[in-house]
Write a protein of this length. Structure first.
Length: 94
């Protein structure tokens, strides 16, 4: 699979193959990144693609010194399971 690419003009991180795209999308609200949706094509599920997308986005959030909120069920569960990213959560996500 190709590497995850950040497409800030589309407010997403994406993994793009020939005819398919997996993505994690977000909105910006000041210094907060709000994760809105995660999508992985059926054929790619179970291979850690969503986790890779989430980690890439959250590593970017940390690098940019931003906070994160989630409106996406996958990202909410991911954040709950990965303590190494909890410090990025804004007070609204608690």
């Amino acid at each position: 699979m190709n590497a995850v690419v950040h497409q800030p003009q589309n407010l997403r991180f994406a993994l793009i193959e020939t005819d398919d795209t997996a993505e994690i999308t977000y909105e910006l609200a000041g210094n907060t990144v709000i994760i809105t949706h995660t999508f992985v094509p059926t054929a790619w599920r179970g291979r850690g693609v969503a986790s890779t997308l989430a980690r890439t986005l959250l590593d970017w959030v940390a690098k940019e010194d931003r906070t994160v909120e989630s409106q996406c069920s996958y990202a909410t569960t991911f954040l709950a399971r990965h303590a190494e990213y909890r410090h990025l959560q804004s007070s609204k996500s608690d």
